[in-house]
Design a protein around this ligand. Structure first.
Ligand code: ARG
Length: 581
Protein backbone atom coordinates (compact mmCIF):
# COMPACT_ATOMS: atom_id res chain seq x y z
CA UNK A 1 0.00 0.00 0.00
CA UNK A 2 1.22 3.50 -0.70
CA UNK A 3 1.68 5.76 2.31
CA UNK A 4 -1.33 7.70 1.15
CA UNK A 5 -3.46 4.56 1.05
CA UNK A 6 -2.21 3.54 4.49
CA UNK A 7 -3.18 6.93 5.88
CA UNK A 8 -6.59 6.72 4.25
CA UNK A 9 -7.15 3.29 5.78
CA UNK A 10 -6.15 4.47 9.24
CA UNK A 11 -8.23 7.61 8.91
CA UNK A 12 -11.24 5.55 7.85
CA UNK A 13 -10.82 3.37 10.96
CA UNK A 14 -10.65 6.46 13.19
CA UNK A 15 -13.73 7.96 11.51
CA UNK A 16 -15.59 4.74 12.08
CA UNK A 17 -14.87 4.85 15.80
CA UNK A 18 -15.59 8.57 16.07
CA UNK A 19 -18.86 8.58 14.16
CA UNK A 20 -20.01 5.05 14.82
CA UNK A 21 -20.50 4.27 11.13
CA UNK A 22 -18.28 3.59 8.13
CA UNK A 23 -17.23 6.75 6.28
CA UNK A 24 -14.43 7.10 3.79
CA UNK A 25 -12.29 10.19 3.54
CA UNK A 26 -9.53 11.17 1.23
CA UNK A 27 -6.01 12.22 2.05
CA UNK A 28 -3.87 14.32 -0.28
CA UNK A 29 -0.19 15.14 -0.44
CA UNK A 30 0.41 18.50 1.23
CA UNK A 31 1.40 21.28 -1.13
CA UNK A 32 3.72 22.82 1.45
CA UNK A 33 5.99 20.62 3.54
CA UNK A 34 5.91 23.10 6.42
CA UNK A 35 2.43 21.80 7.19
CA UNK A 36 3.37 18.16 6.98
CA UNK A 37 3.52 15.53 4.26
CA UNK A 38 -0.16 14.79 3.80
CA UNK A 39 -3.42 16.33 4.84
CA UNK A 40 -7.13 15.66 4.99
CA UNK A 41 -10.13 17.96 5.12
CA UNK A 42 -12.36 15.13 6.35
CA UNK A 43 -13.18 16.82 9.65
CA UNK A 44 -14.31 19.98 7.87
CA UNK A 45 -16.47 18.15 5.37
CA UNK A 46 -18.07 15.87 7.96
CA UNK A 47 -18.56 18.65 10.53
CA UNK A 48 -20.44 20.66 7.94
CA UNK A 49 -22.71 17.71 7.07
CA UNK A 50 -23.42 17.01 10.73
CA UNK A 51 -23.53 20.53 12.13
CA UNK A 52 -20.48 20.05 14.35
CA UNK A 53 -17.50 22.21 15.14
CA UNK A 54 -14.77 21.19 12.66
CA UNK A 55 -11.79 21.72 14.93
CA UNK A 56 -13.45 19.84 17.77
CA UNK A 57 -14.32 17.01 15.42
CA UNK A 58 -10.75 16.94 14.09
CA UNK A 59 -9.51 16.68 17.67
CA UNK A 60 -11.83 13.76 18.33
CA UNK A 61 -10.73 11.98 15.15
CA UNK A 62 -7.06 12.43 16.03
CA UNK A 63 -7.82 10.95 19.44
CA UNK A 64 -8.95 7.77 17.70
CA UNK A 65 -6.21 7.72 15.08
CA UNK A 66 -3.72 4.92 15.38
CA UNK A 67 -0.63 6.17 13.57
CA UNK A 68 1.87 4.05 15.48
CA UNK A 69 5.20 3.70 13.71
CA UNK A 70 3.97 5.77 10.84
CA UNK A 71 3.15 9.42 11.42
CA UNK A 72 2.09 12.16 13.78
CA UNK A 73 -1.00 14.27 13.22
CA UNK A 74 -2.09 17.74 14.22
CA UNK A 75 -4.83 20.20 13.46
CA UNK A 76 -4.32 23.29 11.36
CA UNK A 77 -6.46 26.25 10.34
CA UNK A 78 -10.20 25.69 10.26
CA UNK A 79 -9.88 21.94 10.88
CA UNK A 80 -7.37 20.36 8.50
CA UNK A 81 -5.70 17.24 9.80
CA UNK A 82 -2.03 17.33 8.87
CA UNK A 83 0.14 14.23 8.86
CA UNK A 84 3.87 14.22 9.29
CA UNK A 85 5.44 10.93 8.27
CA UNK A 86 8.16 9.50 10.51
CA UNK A 87 11.56 8.95 8.90
CA UNK A 88 11.38 5.26 9.82
CA UNK A 89 8.15 4.96 7.85
CA UNK A 90 9.83 6.47 4.79
CA UNK A 91 12.73 4.10 5.33
CA UNK A 92 10.40 1.12 5.49
CA UNK A 93 8.68 2.28 2.34
CA UNK A 94 11.97 2.69 0.46
CA UNK A 95 12.95 -0.79 1.55
CA UNK A 96 9.66 -2.17 0.25
CA UNK A 97 10.05 -0.33 -3.07
CA UNK A 98 13.50 -1.78 -3.60
CA UNK A 99 11.83 -5.17 -3.59
CA UNK A 100 8.93 -4.17 -5.79
CA UNK A 101 9.23 -4.25 -9.56
CA UNK A 102 6.26 -1.93 -9.83
CA UNK A 103 7.94 0.61 -7.55
CA UNK A 104 4.79 1.02 -5.50
CA UNK A 105 2.36 1.61 -8.35
CA UNK A 106 -1.12 0.42 -7.37
CA UNK A 107 -3.15 -1.87 -9.61
CA UNK A 108 -6.05 0.55 -10.09
CA UNK A 109 -6.84 -0.56 -13.63
CA UNK A 110 -7.09 -4.29 -12.98
CA UNK A 111 -10.01 -5.81 -14.87
CA UNK A 112 -10.70 -2.67 -16.88
CA UNK A 113 -10.30 -2.15 -20.61
CA UNK A 114 -9.57 1.28 -21.99
CA UNK A 115 -9.31 2.27 -25.64
CA UNK A 116 -7.01 5.20 -26.21
CA UNK A 117 -7.78 7.04 -29.45
CA UNK A 118 -4.79 9.19 -30.28
CA UNK A 119 -2.54 10.54 -33.04
CA UNK A 120 -5.11 9.85 -35.79
CA UNK A 121 -3.62 12.00 -38.55
CA UNK A 122 -5.36 12.43 -41.86
CA UNK A 123 -3.99 10.45 -44.75
CA UNK A 124 -2.47 12.43 -47.59
CA UNK A 125 -2.47 15.55 -45.49
CA UNK A 126 0.60 16.60 -43.55
CA UNK A 127 1.03 15.33 -40.04
CA UNK A 128 1.89 18.62 -38.39
CA UNK A 129 3.07 19.63 -34.93
CA UNK A 130 -0.54 19.73 -33.75
CA UNK A 131 -0.61 15.95 -34.12
CA UNK A 132 2.53 15.72 -32.07
CA UNK A 133 0.62 16.66 -28.96
CA UNK A 134 -1.93 13.93 -29.45
CA UNK A 135 0.72 11.36 -30.30
CA UNK A 136 2.97 12.13 -27.35
CA UNK A 137 0.25 12.63 -24.74
CA UNK A 138 -1.72 9.61 -25.95
CA UNK A 139 1.31 7.35 -25.94
CA UNK A 140 2.23 8.40 -22.43
CA UNK A 141 -1.31 7.80 -21.17
CA UNK A 142 -1.23 4.32 -22.70
CA UNK A 143 2.02 3.52 -20.96
CA UNK A 144 0.85 4.81 -17.60
CA UNK A 145 -2.52 3.07 -17.80
CA UNK A 146 -0.81 -0.22 -18.69
CA UNK A 147 1.58 0.18 -15.81
CA UNK A 148 -1.38 0.66 -13.48
CA UNK A 149 -2.95 -2.58 -14.63
CA UNK A 150 -5.45 -1.48 -17.28
CA UNK A 151 -5.90 -3.49 -20.42
CA UNK A 152 -5.03 -0.77 -22.94
CA UNK A 153 -5.94 -0.79 -26.61
CA UNK A 154 -4.08 1.88 -28.56
CA UNK A 155 -6.06 2.61 -31.71
CA UNK A 156 -4.92 4.93 -34.48
CA UNK A 157 -8.20 6.18 -35.93
CA UNK A 158 -6.61 7.70 -39.02
CA UNK A 159 -8.60 9.98 -41.28
CA UNK A 160 -8.47 7.77 -44.35
CA UNK A 161 -11.87 8.57 -45.82
CA UNK A 162 -12.16 12.34 -45.75
CA UNK A 163 -13.17 14.84 -48.38
CA UNK A 164 -9.46 15.44 -49.08
CA UNK A 165 -9.57 12.38 -51.32
CA UNK A 166 -11.60 14.32 -53.87
CA UNK A 167 -8.59 16.58 -54.36
CA UNK A 168 -6.04 13.81 -54.09
CA UNK A 169 -7.80 11.74 -56.76
CA UNK A 170 -8.03 14.67 -59.15
CA UNK A 171 -4.37 15.56 -58.47
CA UNK A 172 -3.27 11.95 -58.90
CA UNK A 173 -4.91 11.80 -62.30
CA UNK A 174 -3.61 15.16 -63.56
CA UNK A 175 -0.48 16.17 -61.65
CA UNK A 176 1.21 13.06 -60.29
CA UNK A 177 4.97 12.77 -60.70
CA UNK A 178 5.63 9.03 -60.49
CA UNK A 179 9.35 9.41 -59.76
CA UNK A 180 8.65 11.83 -56.93
CA UNK A 181 6.03 9.46 -55.55
CA UNK A 182 8.58 6.67 -55.39
CA UNK A 183 11.20 8.86 -53.79
CA UNK A 184 9.07 10.48 -51.10
CA UNK A 185 5.43 9.45 -51.31
CA UNK A 186 4.13 11.56 -48.47
CA UNK A 187 5.73 14.71 -49.84
CA UNK A 188 4.36 14.04 -53.32
CA UNK A 189 0.85 13.40 -52.03
CA UNK A 190 1.09 16.58 -50.06
CA UNK A 191 2.27 18.50 -53.09
CA UNK A 192 -0.64 17.40 -55.25
CA UNK A 193 -3.07 18.01 -52.42
CA UNK A 194 -1.75 21.54 -51.96
CA UNK A 195 -1.76 22.33 -55.65
CA UNK A 196 -5.27 21.13 -56.23
CA UNK A 197 -6.45 22.82 -53.07
CA UNK A 198 -5.03 26.12 -54.35
CA UNK A 199 -6.60 25.55 -57.77
CA UNK A 200 -10.05 25.01 -56.25
CA UNK A 201 -9.81 28.43 -54.67
CA UNK A 202 -9.22 30.06 -58.08
CA UNK A 203 -11.58 27.98 -60.12
CA UNK A 204 -14.90 26.63 -58.83
CA UNK A 205 -14.98 24.13 -61.70
CA UNK A 206 -11.97 22.33 -60.23
CA UNK A 207 -13.82 22.03 -56.95
CA UNK A 208 -16.76 20.45 -58.78
CA UNK A 209 -14.42 17.95 -60.46
CA UNK A 210 -12.95 17.02 -57.09
CA UNK A 211 -16.39 16.54 -55.60
CA UNK A 212 -17.22 14.28 -58.52
CA UNK A 213 -14.12 12.16 -57.87
CA UNK A 214 -15.10 11.86 -54.23
CA UNK A 215 -18.62 10.75 -55.08
CA UNK A 216 -17.21 8.11 -57.43
CA UNK A 217 -14.87 6.87 -54.74
CA UNK A 218 -17.66 6.63 -52.23
CA UNK A 219 -19.80 4.78 -54.75
CA UNK A 220 -17.06 2.18 -55.11
CA UNK A 221 -15.56 3.13 -58.50
CA UNK A 222 -12.74 0.58 -59.00
CA UNK A 223 -10.17 2.99 -60.44
CA UNK A 224 -10.65 5.51 -57.65
CA UNK A 225 -10.66 2.81 -55.00
CA UNK A 226 -7.39 1.49 -56.33
CA UNK A 227 -5.75 4.93 -56.22
CA UNK A 228 -7.17 5.48 -52.75
CA UNK A 229 -5.69 2.18 -51.55
CA UNK A 230 -2.27 3.15 -52.89
CA UNK A 231 -2.46 6.47 -51.07
CA UNK A 232 -3.32 4.71 -47.83
CA UNK A 233 -0.50 2.24 -48.22
CA UNK A 234 2.25 4.77 -48.88
CA UNK A 235 0.96 7.09 -46.19
CA UNK A 236 0.88 4.37 -43.59
CA UNK A 237 4.43 3.45 -44.39
CA UNK A 238 5.51 7.06 -44.01
CA UNK A 239 3.64 7.40 -40.73
CA UNK A 240 5.11 4.19 -39.42
CA UNK A 241 8.56 5.66 -39.87
CA UNK A 242 7.62 8.63 -37.71
CA UNK A 243 6.14 6.39 -35.03
CA UNK A 244 9.32 4.31 -35.05
CA UNK A 245 11.37 7.43 -34.48
CA UNK A 246 9.07 8.38 -31.64
CA UNK A 247 8.91 4.83 -30.25
CA UNK A 248 5.13 4.91 -30.38
CA UNK A 249 3.14 1.73 -30.94
CA UNK A 250 -0.48 1.02 -31.77
CA UNK A 251 -2.45 -2.16 -31.29
CA UNK A 252 -4.76 -1.26 -34.18
CA UNK A 253 -5.02 1.18 -37.05
CA UNK A 254 -8.73 1.13 -37.64
CA UNK A 255 -9.24 4.29 -39.65
CA UNK A 256 -12.49 5.94 -40.61
CA UNK A 257 -12.89 3.80 -43.74
CA UNK A 258 -13.08 0.67 -41.59
CA UNK A 259 -16.55 1.72 -40.49
CA UNK A 260 -18.00 2.57 -43.91
CA UNK A 261 -20.36 -0.35 -44.18
CA UNK A 262 -21.74 0.19 -40.68
CA UNK A 263 -22.91 3.76 -41.21
CA UNK A 264 -26.20 3.23 -43.05
CA UNK A 265 -27.43 0.73 -40.47
CA UNK A 266 -26.44 3.01 -37.65
CA UNK A 267 -28.45 5.91 -39.04
CA UNK A 268 -31.47 3.63 -39.51
CA UNK A 269 -31.16 2.44 -35.94
CA UNK A 270 -30.94 6.00 -34.63
CA UNK A 271 -34.06 6.87 -36.61
CA UNK A 272 -35.93 3.80 -35.43
CA UNK A 273 -35.08 4.47 -31.80
CA UNK A 274 -36.08 8.10 -32.11
CA UNK A 275 -32.62 9.36 -31.18
CA UNK A 276 -32.34 11.10 -34.54
CA UNK A 277 -34.93 12.54 -36.89
CA UNK A 278 -35.17 13.99 -40.36
CA UNK A 279 -34.78 17.69 -40.83
CA UNK A 280 -34.71 19.28 -44.29
CA UNK A 281 -33.80 15.95 -45.81
CA UNK A 282 -30.86 15.36 -43.48
CA UNK A 283 -30.86 13.09 -40.43
CA UNK A 284 -29.99 14.96 -37.26
CA UNK A 285 -29.72 14.42 -33.53
CA UNK A 286 -31.45 17.18 -31.59
CA UNK A 287 -31.58 18.00 -27.92
CA UNK A 288 -33.76 15.67 -25.85
CA UNK A 289 -34.12 18.38 -23.22
CA UNK A 290 -32.51 16.18 -20.56
CA UNK A 291 -30.12 18.82 -19.31
CA UNK A 292 -29.89 22.56 -18.82
CA UNK A 293 -29.53 24.27 -22.17
CA UNK A 294 -26.23 25.81 -21.02
CA UNK A 295 -24.88 22.26 -20.74
CA UNK A 296 -26.69 20.87 -23.75
CA UNK A 297 -24.36 20.10 -26.66
CA UNK A 298 -27.33 20.24 -29.03
CA UNK A 299 -28.22 23.83 -28.11
CA UNK A 300 -26.30 26.97 -28.87
CA UNK A 301 -26.66 30.59 -27.87
CA UNK A 302 -26.62 32.92 -30.84
CA UNK A 303 -27.51 36.57 -31.23
CA UNK A 304 -31.19 35.73 -31.61
CA UNK A 305 -31.16 33.57 -28.47
CA UNK A 306 -30.99 29.83 -27.80
CA UNK A 307 -31.36 27.69 -30.90
CA UNK A 308 -30.91 24.08 -31.95
CA UNK A 309 -27.41 22.91 -32.72
CA UNK A 310 -28.03 19.42 -34.05
CA UNK A 311 -25.40 16.83 -34.93
CA UNK A 312 -25.93 15.75 -38.53
CA UNK A 313 -25.38 12.05 -39.11
CA UNK A 314 -26.64 11.82 -42.70
CA UNK A 315 -26.62 14.66 -45.17
CA UNK A 316 -29.54 15.34 -47.49
CA UNK A 317 -27.49 13.90 -50.38
CA UNK A 318 -27.10 10.64 -48.43
CA UNK A 319 -23.48 11.23 -47.40
CA UNK A 320 -22.29 10.34 -43.91
CA UNK A 321 -20.18 12.49 -41.64
CA UNK A 322 -17.39 12.48 -39.10
CA UNK A 323 -19.94 12.11 -36.28
CA UNK A 324 -21.56 9.10 -37.94
CA UNK A 325 -18.22 7.34 -38.19
CA UNK A 326 -17.35 8.16 -34.61
CA UNK A 327 -20.64 6.71 -33.37
CA UNK A 328 -20.08 3.52 -35.33
CA UNK A 329 -16.58 3.39 -33.89
CA UNK A 330 -17.92 3.64 -30.34
CA UNK A 331 -20.30 0.77 -30.93
CA UNK A 332 -17.50 -1.36 -32.37
CA UNK A 333 -15.15 -0.63 -29.49
CA UNK A 334 -17.76 -1.52 -26.91
CA UNK A 335 -19.12 -4.61 -28.68
CA UNK A 336 -15.88 -6.08 -29.98
CA UNK A 337 -13.31 -4.90 -27.49
CA UNK A 338 -15.54 -4.66 -24.41
CA UNK A 339 -14.21 -1.18 -23.73
CA UNK A 340 -15.09 0.17 -20.30
CA UNK A 341 -13.49 3.52 -21.08
CA UNK A 342 -12.59 5.40 -24.23
CA UNK A 343 -10.15 8.30 -24.07
CA UNK A 344 -9.91 10.63 -27.06
CA UNK A 345 -6.70 12.64 -27.20
CA UNK A 346 -7.76 15.37 -29.62
CA UNK A 347 -7.35 19.16 -29.66
CA UNK A 348 -9.71 21.63 -28.05
CA UNK A 349 -11.37 22.69 -31.34
CA UNK A 350 -13.18 19.34 -31.50
CA UNK A 351 -14.73 19.71 -28.08
CA UNK A 352 -18.29 20.22 -29.32
CA UNK A 353 -18.03 17.23 -31.62
CA UNK A 354 -17.10 14.98 -28.72
CA UNK A 355 -19.71 16.37 -26.37
CA UNK A 356 -22.29 15.63 -29.03
CA UNK A 357 -21.22 12.11 -29.84
CA UNK A 358 -20.80 11.20 -26.16
CA UNK A 359 -24.31 12.45 -25.45
CA UNK A 360 -25.68 10.63 -28.49
CA UNK A 361 -23.92 7.39 -27.54
CA UNK A 362 -25.35 7.59 -24.04
CA UNK A 363 -28.88 7.97 -25.38
CA UNK A 364 -28.19 4.92 -27.43
CA UNK A 365 -27.31 3.04 -24.25
CA UNK A 366 -23.56 2.83 -24.80
CA UNK A 367 -22.24 1.89 -21.39
CA UNK A 368 -18.69 3.19 -21.32
CA UNK A 369 -16.97 6.11 -19.75
CA UNK A 370 -16.00 8.59 -22.46
CA UNK A 371 -13.36 11.23 -21.97
CA UNK A 372 -12.14 13.93 -24.31
CA UNK A 373 -8.53 14.57 -23.36
CA UNK A 374 -8.25 17.96 -25.02
CA UNK A 375 -5.15 20.06 -25.53
CA UNK A 376 -4.25 23.56 -26.71
CA UNK A 377 -2.00 24.72 -29.54
CA UNK A 378 1.72 24.85 -30.03
CA UNK A 379 3.01 28.36 -30.53
CA UNK A 380 6.23 29.55 -32.12
CA UNK A 381 8.62 31.68 -30.14
CA UNK A 382 6.73 34.73 -31.43
CA UNK A 383 3.69 33.34 -29.52
CA UNK A 384 1.75 32.90 -32.76
CA UNK A 385 0.68 29.52 -34.13
CA UNK A 386 3.82 27.71 -35.15
CA UNK A 387 4.50 28.15 -38.88
CA UNK A 388 7.50 27.78 -41.17
CA UNK A 389 9.11 30.85 -42.71
CA UNK A 390 6.98 30.37 -45.79
CA UNK A 391 3.86 30.36 -43.63
CA UNK A 392 3.13 26.62 -43.88
CA UNK A 393 2.36 24.40 -40.94
CA UNK A 394 5.53 23.02 -39.47
CA UNK A 395 5.87 19.34 -40.21
CA UNK A 396 6.49 16.83 -37.50
CA UNK A 397 9.35 15.08 -39.29
CA UNK A 398 11.21 18.38 -39.61
CA UNK A 399 10.79 19.06 -35.92
CA UNK A 400 12.14 15.64 -34.98
CA UNK A 401 15.10 15.90 -37.35
CA UNK A 402 16.02 19.29 -35.98
CA UNK A 403 15.68 18.05 -32.39
CA UNK A 404 18.14 15.25 -33.02
CA UNK A 405 20.57 17.56 -34.83
CA UNK A 406 20.52 20.05 -31.99
CA UNK A 407 20.95 17.30 -29.42
CA UNK A 408 23.94 15.95 -31.37
CA UNK A 409 25.57 19.35 -31.20
CA UNK A 410 24.89 19.66 -27.50
CA UNK A 411 26.33 16.24 -26.75
CA UNK A 412 29.36 16.89 -28.95
CA UNK A 413 30.13 19.95 -26.85
CA UNK A 414 29.48 18.26 -23.53
CA UNK A 415 31.25 15.00 -24.17
CA UNK A 416 33.56 15.08 -27.22
CA UNK A 417 34.68 11.52 -26.47
CA UNK A 418 31.39 10.14 -27.72
CA UNK A 419 31.66 9.19 -31.35
CA UNK A 420 29.98 7.44 -34.22
CA UNK A 421 27.00 5.24 -33.67
CA UNK A 422 26.90 5.69 -29.92
CA UNK A 423 26.85 9.47 -30.29
CA UNK A 424 24.08 9.25 -32.88
CA UNK A 425 22.03 6.94 -30.68
CA UNK A 426 22.38 9.26 -27.69
CA UNK A 427 21.51 12.30 -29.81
CA UNK A 428 18.33 10.58 -30.87
CA UNK A 429 17.40 9.59 -27.30
CA UNK A 430 18.10 13.11 -26.03
CA UNK A 431 16.57 15.04 -28.93
CA UNK A 432 13.33 13.07 -29.10
CA UNK A 433 13.20 12.98 -25.31
CA UNK A 434 13.48 16.76 -25.19
CA UNK A 435 10.57 17.27 -27.58
CA UNK A 436 8.42 14.80 -25.67
CA UNK A 437 9.23 16.23 -22.27
CA UNK A 438 8.59 19.80 -23.40
CA UNK A 439 5.13 18.63 -24.34
CA UNK A 440 4.43 16.44 -21.34
CA UNK A 441 5.64 18.86 -18.70
CA UNK A 442 3.01 21.41 -19.78
CA UNK A 443 -0.54 21.60 -18.65
CA UNK A 444 -2.12 20.06 -21.74
CA UNK A 445 -4.81 22.71 -21.97
CA UNK A 446 -2.54 25.71 -22.21
CA UNK A 447 -0.96 26.76 -25.48
CA UNK A 448 2.73 26.10 -25.18
CA UNK A 449 5.63 27.90 -26.74
CA UNK A 450 8.02 25.71 -28.65
CA UNK A 451 11.49 26.97 -27.70
CA UNK A 452 14.46 24.85 -28.68
CA UNK A 453 16.97 26.23 -26.24
CA UNK A 454 14.65 25.84 -23.32
CA UNK A 455 13.75 22.25 -24.10
CA UNK A 456 17.34 21.14 -24.60
CA UNK A 457 18.93 22.92 -21.63
CA UNK A 458 20.95 20.56 -19.46
CA UNK A 459 20.18 22.66 -16.42
CA UNK A 460 16.49 23.27 -16.73
CA UNK A 461 13.14 21.60 -16.49
CA UNK A 462 14.01 19.33 -19.38
CA UNK A 463 14.44 15.73 -20.46
CA UNK A 464 18.20 16.17 -20.90
CA UNK A 465 18.42 17.27 -17.25
CA UNK A 466 16.57 14.14 -16.14
CA UNK A 467 18.53 11.90 -18.46
CA UNK A 468 21.72 13.45 -17.20
CA UNK A 469 20.58 12.81 -13.62
CA UNK A 470 19.97 9.17 -14.40
CA UNK A 471 23.41 8.90 -16.04
CA UNK A 472 24.89 10.41 -12.92
CA UNK A 473 23.22 7.79 -10.73
CA UNK A 474 24.49 5.02 -12.95
CA UNK A 475 28.01 6.37 -12.89
CA UNK A 476 28.07 5.90 -9.10
CA UNK A 477 27.54 2.20 -9.56
CA UNK A 478 30.20 1.99 -12.23
CA UNK A 479 32.72 3.08 -9.61
CA UNK A 480 31.94 0.10 -7.38
CA UNK A 481 34.23 -2.86 -7.57
CA UNK A 482 31.77 -5.31 -6.04
CA UNK A 483 28.16 -5.80 -7.04
CA UNK A 484 25.73 -3.99 -4.78
CA UNK A 485 22.63 -5.79 -3.61
CA UNK A 486 20.09 -3.02 -2.99
CA UNK A 487 17.34 -5.44 -2.04
CA UNK A 488 19.03 -6.50 1.17
CA UNK A 489 20.38 -3.09 2.22
CA UNK A 490 19.11 -1.58 5.47
CA UNK A 491 17.74 1.92 5.00
CA UNK A 492 18.64 4.41 7.71
CA UNK A 493 17.64 8.01 7.22
CA UNK A 494 19.29 10.68 9.30
CA UNK A 495 20.05 13.72 7.12
CA UNK A 496 17.19 15.88 5.87
CA UNK A 497 18.29 15.34 2.28
CA UNK A 498 18.04 11.58 2.71
CA UNK A 499 14.62 11.85 4.28
CA UNK A 500 13.42 14.09 1.51
CA UNK A 501 14.67 11.74 -1.18
CA UNK A 502 12.87 8.81 0.45
CA UNK A 503 9.74 10.95 0.81
CA UNK A 504 9.76 11.44 -2.95
CA UNK A 505 10.41 7.77 -3.64
CA UNK A 506 7.24 6.98 -1.75
CA UNK A 507 5.32 9.51 -3.86
CA UNK A 508 5.91 7.74 -7.19
CA UNK A 509 3.11 5.22 -6.72
CA UNK A 510 0.81 8.05 -5.63
CA UNK A 511 1.52 10.41 -8.48
CA UNK A 512 0.72 7.88 -11.21
CA UNK A 513 -2.97 7.37 -10.35
CA UNK A 514 -3.26 11.14 -9.96
CA UNK A 515 -2.06 11.52 -13.56
CA UNK A 516 -4.99 9.44 -14.80
CA UNK A 517 -7.55 11.27 -12.68
CA UNK A 518 -7.47 14.19 -15.04
CA UNK A 519 -5.04 12.98 -17.70
CA UNK A 520 -2.14 15.14 -16.62
CA UNK A 521 1.22 13.61 -17.50
CA UNK A 522 2.70 16.93 -16.36
CA UNK A 523 2.16 15.77 -12.77
CA UNK A 524 4.56 12.91 -13.45
CA UNK A 525 6.98 15.15 -15.38
CA UNK A 526 7.10 17.65 -12.54
CA UNK A 527 7.44 14.92 -9.96
CA UNK A 528 10.49 13.58 -11.80
CA UNK A 529 12.07 17.03 -11.84
CA UNK A 530 11.51 17.30 -8.11
CA UNK A 531 13.03 13.88 -7.60
CA UNK A 532 16.10 14.75 -9.68
CA UNK A 533 16.58 18.00 -7.77
CA UNK A 534 16.24 16.15 -4.47
CA UNK A 535 18.81 13.65 -5.67
CA UNK A 536 21.32 16.34 -6.56
CA UNK A 537 20.91 18.02 -3.16
CA UNK A 538 21.28 14.68 -1.45
CA UNK A 539 24.37 13.86 -3.46
CA UNK A 540 25.94 17.18 -2.56
CA UNK A 541 25.13 16.93 1.13
CA UNK A 542 25.70 13.24 1.77
CA UNK A 543 28.85 11.40 0.78
CA UNK A 544 27.92 8.01 -0.62
CA UNK A 545 30.95 5.90 -1.50
CA UNK A 546 33.15 7.53 1.10
CA UNK A 547 30.77 7.14 4.03
CA UNK A 548 30.84 4.33 6.61
CA UNK A 549 28.38 1.54 7.02
CA UNK A 550 25.45 1.40 7.52
CA UNK A 551 25.11 4.83 5.86
CA UNK A 552 27.05 3.74 2.79
CA UNK A 553 24.76 0.86 1.85
CA UNK A 554 21.68 2.82 2.77
CA UNK A 555 22.74 5.71 0.56
CA UNK A 556 23.69 3.44 -2.28
CA UNK A 557 20.25 1.90 -2.03
CA UNK A 558 18.68 5.35 -2.18
CA UNK A 559 20.71 6.05 -5.31
CA UNK A 560 19.61 2.79 -6.83
CA UNK A 561 15.96 3.50 -6.11
CA UNK A 562 16.29 7.00 -7.54
CA UNK A 563 17.80 5.57 -10.71
CA UNK A 564 15.04 3.01 -11.07
CA UNK A 565 12.27 5.54 -10.53
CA UNK A 566 13.83 8.04 -12.93
CA UNK A 567 14.13 5.39 -15.63
CA UNK A 568 10.67 4.01 -15.01
CA UNK A 569 9.06 7.45 -14.84
CA UNK A 570 10.78 8.67 -17.99
CA UNK A 571 9.81 5.40 -19.65
CA UNK A 572 6.18 6.12 -18.78
CA UNK A 573 6.55 9.42 -20.58
CA UNK A 574 7.95 7.51 -23.55
CA UNK A 575 11.48 8.83 -22.93
CA UNK A 576 14.56 6.63 -22.82
CA UNK A 577 17.66 7.03 -20.65
CA UNK A 578 21.08 6.72 -22.26
CA UNK A 579 23.88 4.84 -20.50
CA UNK A 580 26.18 7.81 -20.94
CA UNK A 581 25.86 11.31 -22.31
N1 ARG B 1 -8.37 12.72 -37.88
C1 ARG B 1 -8.82 13.69 -36.92
C2 ARG B 1 -8.02 14.99 -37.08
O1 ARG B 1 -6.87 14.97 -37.46
C3 ARG B 1 -8.71 13.22 -35.50
C4 ARG B 1 -9.49 11.99 -35.16
C5 ARG B 1 -9.68 11.83 -33.69
N2 ARG B 1 -10.40 10.65 -33.32
C6 ARG B 1 -11.70 10.45 -33.45
N3 ARG B 1 -12.20 9.30 -33.10
N4 ARG B 1 -12.49 11.38 -33.93
O2 ARG B 1 -8.55 16.04 -36.77
Amino acid sequence: MTILQQLEARLAAALNTTLGEPVTASVTAAADLRFGDYQSNAAMVLAKQRGKNPRALAQEIIGHLDLAGMATADIAGPGFINFRILPEAFAARAKALLNDERLGAPDIGAGRTVVVDFSAPNVAKPMHVGHIRSTIIGDSLCRIARFLGYKVIADNHIGDWGTQFGMILHGWKTLLNKAALEADPIAELLRIYREVNAATKDDPAVLETCKGELVKLQAGDPENLEIWQQCIDVSKRGLQRIYDTLDVKFDYWLGESYYNDRLAGLVDEFLAKGIARESNGAVCIFSDGSCKREDDPFMVHREEGWTDNPAIIRKADGGFLYATTDLATIRFRIDEWKADQIWYVVGVPQQLHFRQIFAAAQRWGAAADFRHVAFGSILGEDRKLMKTRTGDNVQLTDVLTEAVERAAKLIGEKNPDLKGEEAAEIASIVGIGAVKFAELSQNRLTDYVFAWDRMLALQGDTAPYLQYSSVRVRSIFRKLDTAFDAASAEIVLSENEEIHLARLHARFGEVLPAVLEDFRPNLLANYLLELARAFHSFFEACPVLKSDEPARSSRLALCELTGRILASGLGLLGIRCPERM
